[in-house]
Design a protein around this ligand. Structure first.
Ligand SMILES: NC(=O)c1ccc[n+]([C@@H]2O[C@H](COP(=O)([O-])OP(=O)(O)OC[C@H]3O[C@@H](n4cnc5c(N)ncnc54)[C@H](OP(=O)(O)O)[C@@H]3O)[C@@H](O)[C@H]2O)c1
Length: 296
């Protein structure tokens, strides 16, 4: 592992007026580490290595949470982020998501009304200890047919106008959702499940985001088909060969491939493991050749 690894190696992108390194960090897995001190250390190290884009959510927590597993103390990703890195560095951009939420009286639920979305935005503000949120994604559950995002995105646009949110994005969406949202307010990012061997139907959506100056932010780039289950070990022979050529791990090549899909494509790998964090950030410096990319 090189000693000078930096999240800046893969270059920068602008989310609206906020410049970030394309190699970021996803906070969903940080609560899976039962050792709070290690979780804090991973977050601090990420920032030390130049990560200035952290993806999170108020409902990322353990035990249970979106990972649905584990016994242990209650930990919220947002509160770990606050404890680890506040006072926040000026260049740190925290992207959160609303839509899915959790309330004591109803468990996990989908926010469909302006009031519910506002409650979720306020929960993020409280947990993170901030006056406004840098970027908020409206995360939907896609349904065939009539699944307009207009009302919910409009509600978030109102919160943006009120100063509670700086920029908006959408997540788990199709192009028609993006068209709908852009007619209401500027969209700075689209966050979808996408990896070298999953959800390749987004191959046509991804460049459209680039043409419109919108970041495309894949999640499950390492986990792939395993999703919440953890990293996939089902690698193609080509992927393993490219990894061997670059003296890299398959997870690193998955991240490098992600970053080679366009200058507007960002990486937000999630980990609670300090060694994996370093590997993931180092992956931002891997230069895949045209031959590598063709074989992958
Ligand atoms: N918008 C949405 O609906 C949505 C959904 C899911 C996730 N997200 C966001 O996207 C981020 C990325 O997704 P993700 O965290 O689920 O998946 P991921 O980054 O694709 O993979 C994370 C999994 O791979 C392992 N891992 C990480 N780095 C590794 C490495 N170098 N070598 C081997 N294994 C490694 C992690 O375990 P260890 O902890 O052991 O490293 C974890 O099990 C999340 O953290 C979250 O912020 C968004």
């Amino acid at each position: 592992m090189p000693s000078d690894i930096s999240a800046a190696a893969a270059g920068t992108w602008k989310l609206g007026d906020l410049t970030i390194n394309r190699m970021g960090f996803g906070a969903m897995r940080i609560t899976a580490n039962p050792d709070r001190d290690v979780a804090i250390r991973v977050l601090r190290r990420a920032v030390e290595l130049g990560v200035n884009h952290i993806d999170t959510a108020a409902f990322y927590r353990s035990p249970g949470g979106t990972l649905g597993v584990g016994e242990g103390p209650l930990r919220f990703a947002n509160e770990l982020i606050r404890d680890a890195v506040s006072p926040y560095p000026e260049d740190l951009v925290i992207t959160t998501k609303v839509g899915p939420g959790e309330a004591p009286e109803r468990g996990f639920y989908q926010a469909m009304t302006a009031a519910e979305l506002r409650t979720q935005v306020e929960e993020n503000l409280r947990q993170l200890g901030r006056d406004y949120l840098d970027v908020v994604n409206l995360r939907i559950i896609k349904k065939p047919g009539a699944d307009s995002v207009a009302d919910r995105f409009g509600a978030l646009s109102d919160l943006r106008d009120k100063g509670l949110i700086r920029h908006l994005g959408i997540s788990n969406v199709r192009l028609d959702h993006l068209d709908e949202a852009q007619a209401i307010a500027p969209v700075v990012c689209v966050q979808n499940s996408y990896a070298i061997d999953t959800h390749r139907d987004d191959d046509t959506f991804l460049p459209v985001c680039g043409e419109r100056g919108i970041a495309y932010v894949p999640f499950f780039a390492i986990a792939g088909a395993e999703r919440e289950g953890g990293p996939t070990v089902d690698h193609s022979e080509a992927l393993q060969t490219v990894a061997d050529t670059h003296d890299a791990t398959p997870a690193q090549i998955r991240l490098a491939w992600t970053l080679h899909q366009g200058p507007h494509v960002l990486a937000i790998p999630g980990t609670g493991n300090p060694a994996h964090l370093e590997e993931n950030i180092a992956a931002g410096a891997i230069q895949l050749t045209p031959e590598d990319l063709a074989s992958l």
